[in-house]
Design a protein around this ligand. Structure first.
Ligand SMILES: CC(C)(COP(=O)(O)OP(=O)(O)OC[C@H]1O[C@@H](n2cnc3c(N)ncnc32)[C@H](O)[C@@H]1OP(=O)(O)O)[C@@H](O)C(=O)NCCC(=O)NCCS
Length: 158
C-alpha cells in the first residue's frame, strides 16, 4: 500500500534529482516564471523508499498553481490522489483558484485534468519556444510526435 505525505526540506536534493530525471533540469518554467524546488511545496506518493508520484505547487495571493505532476505507475490512481490532495490543500488555505500549465503535445494530461474538473482557459502561443531559450533540454518534438511550442492553461474555481 503506497503512502502520500507532504514534502519536507530534507526532500530537496531528491526533488532536484527527480526533476532532472523527469523534466530535464532543476528548474520548471511556466508563463515566463522560473520555479526552483526550494520555492515550492509538494506531496509525494511512496511505495516503501520509492517515489511513485510527485506533485509540487506554489500558493500566492489566493491562487494555487500546480507546478509539476508525475505518476510513475500509470492508471493506478496515483495522479488522481495527488490532485485530490492539492484541491483539499488549496481550499484549506483559502485559495479561490487552482490552475496549472500543460503543453500542447500532452494530450493525456489535457484529458486527465478535464475529467477531474479543470477547464481550459487560455492558450499561450509560442510560450514553450520562449522557455526553451532558457532551458534547452525542452525537446522540439514532444509527446505523441507533436511539435512542442504552446502552453495551455487550465483552472478550477474553488
Ligand atoms: C497525467 C498523469 C499524472 C496521470 O497519472 P496517473 O497516476 O496515471 O493517473 P490516474 O491513475 O489517477 O488516472 C489515470 C487513469 O487511470 C484510471 N484509474 C484510476 N485509478 C485506477 C485504478 N486503481 N486502477 C486502474 N485504473 C485506474 C483513471 O480512471 C484514469 O482514467 P481516466 O483519466 O480515463 O479517468 C500521468 O500520466 C503522468 O505522470 N504523465 C507524465 C507527466 C505529465 O504529463 N504530467 C502532467 C503535466 S502538467
Amino acid at each position: 500500500m503506497s503512502a502520500l505525505r507532504r514534502l519536507t526540506q530534507d526532500d530537496l536534493p531528491r526533488l532536484r534529482r527527480f526533476w532532472v530525471e523527469h523534466w530535464g533540469g532543476e528548474e520548471m518554467i511556466a508563463h515566463g516564471t522560473v520555479y526552483r524546488p526550494e520555492q515550492l511545496e509538494g506531496f509525494v506518493v511512496e511505495d516503501g523508499e520509492e517515489w511513485i508520484g510527485l506533485l509540487t505547487f506554489f500558493i500566492e495571493t489566493n491562487e494555487c498553481e500546480v507546478t509539476s505532476l508525475d505518476s510513475l505507475r500509470a492508471g493506478q490512481g496515483i495522479g488522481s490522489r495527488l490532485i485530490d490532495k492539492v484541491i483539499e490543500e488549496a481550499r484549506a488555505r483559502n485559495c479561490k483558484r487552482l490552475f496549472l500549465i500543460t503543453t500542447n503535445d500532452n494530450l493525456n494530461a489535457l484529458g486527465f485534468y478535464q475529467k477531474r474538473g479543470f477547464e481550459l482557459v487560455a492558450v499561450h502561443r509560442g510560450a514553450v519556444n520562449e522557455s526553451r531559450k532558457r532551458k534547452p533540454t525542452i525537446p522540439l518534438v514532444g509527446m505523441n510526435g507533436i511539435p512542442l511550442r504552446d502552453e495551455i492553461e487550465l483552472e478550477m474555481k474553488l
